[in-house]
Design a protein around this ligand. Structure first.
Ligand SMILES: Cc1ncc(C[n+]2csc(CCOP(=O)(O)OP(=O)(O)O)c2C)c(N)n1
Length: 674
């Protein structure tokens, strides 16, 4: 018998019931051993997952990196044992039985919630409910975008997402569902674990939405099935696959903790170990008479056969991919390879010297648009968009084509007023591979994206957030629109580069860094108002890449160092000039990115900051500026919310002026001198 025939045979011989029970048993056992975790959801969804993984999901456990695999997203991330059990059973080499036994332990691949990068097969980090659903929309969108570019031979897969009541209660679900329906993402299939239980008890305590009607209203294909009837589930998936111009929702009515003799169907199974007695009862009830973590050979063989079902499809895909030219093949997984990188470096150098030659006063949002115009033809995977602020944030260029419902040839997405889903969708696109997503909104609305920004950072994804109107400098729209605490709160997030360029040259440099930061997302905090060009010379090196650098060094040593970011760097320069007239030697340091500066050597930091007393200026709250200011430093910035007025009046009103910078600098310099 050939290997393929033997596998078919093994899959045929293992019964659906045994295979699903293997998931249930592993989930019960791992949670019991860890004495923490969520057994109810995996036990309830075991039948649905078994049908999906043994009959539909296109994957090859031996080649988890296959770009044309179907994506499986466990949005209900607390049910992580469902995913870990599936990865082990189907034979992903890195998900061993040992890992399951170490569930939730330090350094195990089996973290409490699935973490991207811990093991192949974990397509995204989930746990904050609803995020996975947003990621799945992004993956389904990425698939269509790449399909439009590469064709069916190369990109032709589906995205499946398991979401629970919690995911669908979250606000992000509304945005994500609505966007997916609008764009006609027919390759997206959501399997809703409709068990009517969440932590507090029955969902009737808090929600009475008709989910089917809700999805229908957003133009989804919908179905309702008994989630414990494998044939009904299979038929529903088949029907969903046949619908190509609408995403599909399959509401699977399940029993949480299915098989647990006294706790099934109750919130008691949601988030804690079942206990030895209940587990013994469940083994009895399910007819699973095997020891903890023991999956009998024929059942495991059935599962392993499922993990290898698509080997021939994988092989034939590899043949097709060989026919691609080598750069197209690389860009499928690495959209900023060395060739693209050197083209970007050259383009940025050119645009920087253009900016410095022209010397124009430009808002950094405008400079950003000009930079994008140059970058777009060079980075085929660059996909832009904005949350209904396209004209204001400068994310669209003449080079763009618009992505339309069912038409994915374009490279610009009108996300609508859906900041949260925009961010989660961008995470999904970046995770899918082949795409570098960027999206724009006002910096103040980073709050509306924050849970997803946090996941971009945690997962180390190259997602670029173009966030404009970055201070009181936006003027008349007033304090609701003026970020004051946002820079500080974003800077507090690990693995996020918060970049606030001071002029068009720095703006170009920040774009270059953002594109090269493969494992770090970027916030580009950009101005609404025009800012003067400060880097008229010295444009060759990417000075922003070190996070901070000396813009002006006075002759004969420093009496004081003035540090500025973004639009306020010009105030520092103006103050330095005024001080120079008084015989005070002030250096000016530009600090577009705290995080990159913090990563420099002590020696470099010391050279930039110097030993003279320091004054920093930024139209935002002080927060952790003291790390750069030293013991006697002075901060000039905001102390509370802004106000509605023309920008120049606001700067004066809040005391953020060149004179306000010069005054303490004068005092500090006098103390040093005296
Ligand atoms: C954004 C967010 N809020 C709250 C939680 C905490 N939490 C984890 S699971 C859960 C209930 C989810 O209910 P459901 O989706 O029905 O899962 P099931 O009880 O069926 O396992 C909650 C509130 C979370 N993980 N994420």
């Amino acid at each position: 018998m050939t290997e393929a025939l033997m596998q078919d045979q093994a899959l045929l011989e293992a019964s659906h019931k045994d295979m699903a029970n293997a998931i249930r048993a592993l989930a019960m056992d791992a949670v019991q051993k860890a004495d923490s975790g969520h057994p109810g959801m995996p036990m309830g969804m075991a039948d649905v997952a078994t049908v999906l993984f043994t009959r539909f999901l296109k994957f090859d456990a031996a080649h988890p990196e296959w770009p044309d695999r179907d994506r499986f997203v466990l949005s209900a991330g607390h049910g992580s044992m469902l995913l870990y059990a599936l990865l082990y059973l189907t034979g992903y080499p890195e998900m061993t039985l040992e890992e399951l036994k170490n569930f939730r332990q330090l350094h195990a691949r089996t973290a409490g919630h699935p973490e991207y990068g811990h093991a192949p097969g974990i397509e995204t980090t989930t746990g904050p409910l609803g995020q996975g659903l947003g990621n799945a929309v992004g993956m389904a969108l990425a698939e269509r975008l790449l399909n439009a570019r590469y064709g069916d031979d190369i990109v032709n897969h589906h995205t499946y997402c398991v979401a629970g009541d919690g995911c669908l209660m979250e606000g992000i679900s509304h945005e994500a569902i609505s966007l997916a329906g609008h764009l006609k993402l027919g390759r997206l299939i959501v399997l809703f674990d409709d068990n009517q239980i969440s932590i507090d008890g029955p969902t009737s305590l808090s929600v009475s939405d008709d989910q089917i009607e809700r999805f229908k209203a957003s133009h989804w294909h919908t179905a309702r099935v008994d989630g414990h009837d494998p044939e009904a589930v299979a038929l529903a998936i088949e029907n969903a696959l046949a619908v190509t111009d609408q995403p599909s929702l399959i509401a699977c009515r399940t029993v949480i903790g299915y098989g647990a003799p006294t706790k099934a169907g109750t919130a008691a199974t949601h988030g804690s170990a079942l206990g030895e007695q209940e587990i013994a009862g469940a083994r009895e009830k399910l007819g699973w008479r095997h020891k903890p973590f023991d999956v009998p050979k024929p059942i495991l063989a059935g599962w392993r056969a499922a993990g290898a079902r698509h080997r021939a499809a994988y092989d034939s895909w590899t043949q097709s991919a060989k026919r691609l030219d080598s750069s197209a093949r690389t860009h499928l997984t690495d959209p900023v390879d060395d060739t693209v990188k050197s083209a970007v470096v050259a383009a940025i150098a050119a645009v920087k010297s253009e900016f410095s030659r022209e010397g124009a006063k430009l808002a950094t949002r405008q400079s950003s648009q000009k930079v994008l115009d140059k970058l777009l033809p060079l980075v085929p995977g660059l996909i832009g968009g904005s949350a209904d602020l396209t004209g204001s944030v400068g994310t669209l260029t003449k080079q763009h084509g618009i992505v339309k419902p069912g038409d994915f040839a374009g490279n610009y997405i009108h996300y609508g007023v859906r900041e949260h889903a925009m961010a989660a969708t961008m995470n999904g696109m970046a995770l899918h591979g082949g795409i570098v997503p960027y999206g724009g909104t006002f910096l103040v609305f980073s709050d509306y994206c924050r849970p997803s920004i946090r996941l971009s950072a945690l997962m180390g994804q190259r997602v670029i957030y173009v966030m404009t109107h970055d201070s009181i400098g936006l003027g008349e729209d007033g304090p609701t629109h003026q970020p004051v605490e946002h820079l500080a709160s974003l800077r507090a997030m690990p693995n996020l580069n918060v970049m606030r360029p001071a002029d068009s040259v720095e703006c170009a440099e920040c774009w270059e860094i953002a594109l090269e930061s493969k494992n770090t997302p970027t916030i580009l905090a950009l101005t609404r108002q025009g800012v003067p060009l400060l880097r008229g010379t010295d444009t060759k090196e990417n000075l922003s890449a070190k996070g901070a650098y000396v813009l002006l060094e006075p002759k004969g040593g420093r009496d004081v160092t003035l540090i500025g970011t973004g639009s306020e760097l010009a105030l520092a320069v103006e103050a330095a000039k005024a001080l120079e007239g008084e015989g005070i030697r002030a250096a000016v340091v530009s600090m577009p990115c705290f995080e990159l500066f913090a990563a420099q050597s002590d020696a470099y930091q010391d050279t930039v900051l110097g030993s003279a007393p320091r004054v920093a200026v930024e139209a935002a709250v002080e927060s952790d500026w003291d790390r750069w200011l030293g013991p006697n430093g002075v901060f000039i910035g905001m102390r509370g919310f802004g106000a509605s007025a023309p920008a120049q009046h606001l700067y004066k009103h809040f005391g953020i002026t060149a004179e306000a910078v010069a005054a303490p600098a004068r005092d500090l310099a006098a103390k040093t001198k005296g």
